[in-house]
Design a protein. Structure first.
Length: 267
């Protein structure tokens, strides 16, 4: 089965414009993230799905320089961008990993993809987000091409198009849904924030990279990050006011399987 990881990326973030090109350990954030995703052993191919906007020409140049396949599509219809990327690559299964996860652990990617691949025909959709347990920023969702076809054809509401997968995971009566929980038994999804959406997030991630990234060992693990934060608790406080802040909070009246306890507003 050909598994295609689609990393959605654009420069036009409303809260932190150009975040995917901000420097981390001497390279753009997006390049560092691709480096980590490529370290996963269950991935067949990786494609960066960006937009046709001229502002995203810089992302295309980065992809060309790093020999990373790319696809240019609709600026806000991410469902269409994923679907078109999958068709162009001839993928059997698609993995959605947003570009705001530059600390994602390849072992987490392998856990989620491996769960899907280990049981052919059992699942239409598997993630580690519904509900989440890993620190925010280890987001992995995988779904078969047939399920993606259905979502692309039938999803009509704006949040279903923009966020790609809600039509699938929010209809468990139609699709066979699987969730991979963290084997530690911990739930740090609302208390540890490894994603980037605000300036404080970038400062947190930049500090982690400065401490842990080396040319000899560029892909440090989730355990490495957690150990570092135990010794440097002030680092985790850099962006803690955004802990648990997700896009869910804007669509609680529309989402069927998300509760208020799974999101919050910034303090």
């Amino acid at each position: 089965m050909k598994t295609l990881v689609v990393i959605q990326a654009r420069t036009g973030s409303s809260r932190l414009p150009g975040k995917v090109l901000m420097p981390l350990a001497g390279a753009p954030l997006l390049e560092r993230m691709v480096e980590r995703v490529r370290a996963a052993t269950t991935v067949s191919d990786v494609v960066v799905a960006t937009t046709r906007d001229s502002a995203d020409d810089a992302i295309v140049e980065l992809c060309r320089r790093t020999n990373t396949p790319f696809f240019r599509g609709h600026p806000t219809d991410l469902l269409d961008r994923h679907h078109a990327s999958a068709l162009a690559a001839g993928a059997d299964a698609v993995v959605k990993i947003p570009s705001d996860c530059p600390l994602i652990d390849p072992a987490v990617v392998d856990r989620v993809i491996g769960t899907f691949l280990a049981a052919p025909g059992r699942y239409d959709f598997v993630s580690n987000l519904h509900p989440g347990t890993w620190p925010d920023g280890n987001d992995v969702e995988i779904f078969g091409i047939d399920a993606l076809d259905v979502a692309h054809r039938e999803a009509l509401r704006p949040h279903e198009r923009e966020h790609t997968t809600p039509f699938l995971w929010d209809h468990p009566e139609r699709f066979r849904i699987g969730n991979v929980t963290w084997n530690t038994g911990l739930d740090l999804s609302m208390t540890h924030r490894f994603t980037i959406d605000y300036a404080e997030d970038y400062e947190f991630i930049r500090t982690v990279y400065a401490a842990l990234w080396t040319a000899a060992c560029p892909v440090f693990s989730l355990d490495d990050i957690l150990t570092f934060l135990e010794t440097r608790p002030e680092v985790r406080r850099i962006n803690e006011r955004y802990n648990g802040v997700t896009w869910y909070r804007h669509h609680l009246d529309e989402l069927r399987t998300i509760s208020k306890a799974q999101t919050r507003s910034p303090t």
